[in-house]
Design a protein around this ligand. Sequence first.
Ligand code: SF4
Ligand code: SF4
Length: 134
Amino acid sequence: MMKEIEELFRNINLAKEVMELSGENPYDCYQCGTCSASCPFIEEMDLKPDEVIRYVILNRKEVLKSKTIWICASCFECAERCPRDINITKLMEALRQIILRKNVDHTEIEKIGEEEKRTIPQIAFVSLFRKNVG
Ligand code: SF4
Ligand code: SF4
């Protein structure tokens, strides 16, 4: 999947795309970590929300294969607490949109291990399917 992601998104500038899609400016982030500290799904994520933003700024395409952007349940906790008034929820949505526009299937439910199925909150699954079926 990483090779596919690299190929598909080689020419894009993540920060620019995210800004266009979400209207949010990732460069406003000063990496305080408040978003990650507020996120109820942090334990299930492979990148913390503040790391997602850092990856976007650094144009690190690995962020597009992160579980985090699909685990995010769009609960707005992070957005409400960000001292820089960045709507991280919208930023996560923009990253999903970047992928979905290329028709990359990220549901991949069959690849989720048994342990993860037991521990990932049900709302995250509901959110995942909702996001993938539009
Ligand atoms: S809370 Fe806001 S400023 Fe702090 S790390 Fe998260 S996005 Fe950046
Ligand atoms: S909107 Fe997503 S990243 Fe933000 S607190 Fe909720 S689940 Fe976490």
